[in-house]
Design a protein around this ligand. Sequence first.
Ligand code: PMP
Ligand code: GLU
Length: 394
Amino acid sequence: MSILSDRVLNMSTSATLAMAAKTRELKAEGIDIIGLSLGEPDFNTPDFIKNAAIDAINEDYNSYTPVDGYIELKEAIITKFKRDNNLNYNKAQIVVSTGAKQSLANVAAVMLNKGDEVILPCPYWVSYSDIVKLNEGVPVEVKTSIENDFKLTPQQLEAAITPRTKMIWYSSPCNPSGSVYSKEELRAIADVLQNHPDIIVVSDEIYEHINFVGDHASMAQFEDMFDRTITVNGVSKAFAMTGWRIGYIGAPETIARACNKMQGQITSGANCIAQRAVITGLNESPSRVQFMIDEFKVRRELILGLLNQIPGFKTNEPEGAFYVFPDVSHYYGKTLNGHLINNATDFSLYLLEHAHVATVTGEAFGNPDCIRISYAASQEQIIEAIKRIKASVI
Ligand code: PMP
Ligand code: GLU
C-alpha cells in the first residue's frame, strides 16, 4: 500500500511552479538561466501598499480574521467591483482567500460531485484541470485555434455541453494565450448558456488590469448571468503581490457561504497583514499601477517583434496578461543540435538546456502545439532570451 493517497498520486505537479523551482536550482549552480517561465510581475509591490502592511503590524493586527475576510476588505472589494466592473455584490457574496488559486479550489470543492463535468476552453490556466480532478470532477477540454485567437466559439461550447456539465471555467485576459474576450463575445457565450440554465460560469479576471485593448468585460455584467457567475479576482498580478497570497470571489450567496464553510475547516482565512494592505490597494484608483501595465505593453511589442523573426514560431497577438503562446509544432520531428524534438515538452526542455531560457510546455495548459513565454522580465532579459532561443533553433 502506498503511503500517499491516490488523490495526490494522480495529480500532476504544477508545471509553472516546477519550472520556476528548476530555474532557481540551475541559477544556484551558477548557470545563467533567464527565467521566462513564471507568471510573476518583476516589479516590487508599490510603496503605498507596503506602508499599509507596516502600519497594520504596528497597529497590532495579529489575530485570526473573519474566515471570509475583514469587513473593511469586503467593503473595498465591493467598491472595486462596482467602480471597475459595474457589478453590485453584497458582503454575503464575497469570500477572501489565500490567493485566487485557493478561491478556485474552494469553488471546485464546494460544487463538484464525482463525474461532474467542467468545460475548459484550451489553452487554460495550468491548475484548472488538476483542481477539477482533485475534486473528482471531469475536465472537458475544448480545443480552440490560434486562427480564432484561442477563443471558444458559441458553437464549440454548445457541442461540449452534456447533461453532466456543471461549470465552465475560463480566464480573460487569458493565461496563457493573452486573449481577451470582448463584451460581444461573452454575450454570445451567455446566449448559448440561456438554454442550459444550470451551468455556472467561473470567470477568472485576475489579469483584468493588464489589458492593452481597452475595456475589460465581465460575464457577471449581464443581468441574466449575474446569479450564475462566480467572478474570481486577486491582487497578485496588477499589484505585483504574488507572495502576499490574497484572492477573492464575488459569487451567488449559496456558493459564497459554502466556500466560507470550506475554508473555515482548512485555512481559517487569509493572512491578516496582507488583508489590511489589500484594503489600501483596492481603495486606490487602478491608475496607481498603470506604469506597470504601460511597461508590459512595451515589452509585448518587443517580444512579438523578436519572435516573429524566428522561423517556425507562429504567434497570435496577445491583448492582455504578460504571456506569448507561440505554436512551435514546426519543430516536431526535427533534430536540433542532436536533440530530437517530439513535442512541446521536449522543445521547452531543449530551450532550458541549450539556450538556458526557461519557458513552460503548452501541454500543461492543454495545448501541445505551443510553449508559454512570460514577458514579465526586463527588456534586456527579453532581448537576450529571444536571441538565445533564435540561435538555438537555426
Ligand atoms: N488564475 C490565473 C489565470 C492565474 O494566472 C493565476 C496565477 N497567479 C491564478 C489564478 C492564481 O493567482 P494567485 O493564487 O496568485 O492569486
Ligand atoms: N499563475 C502564475 C503562472 O501561471 C504563477 C504560478 C502558479 O500560480 O502556478 O505562472
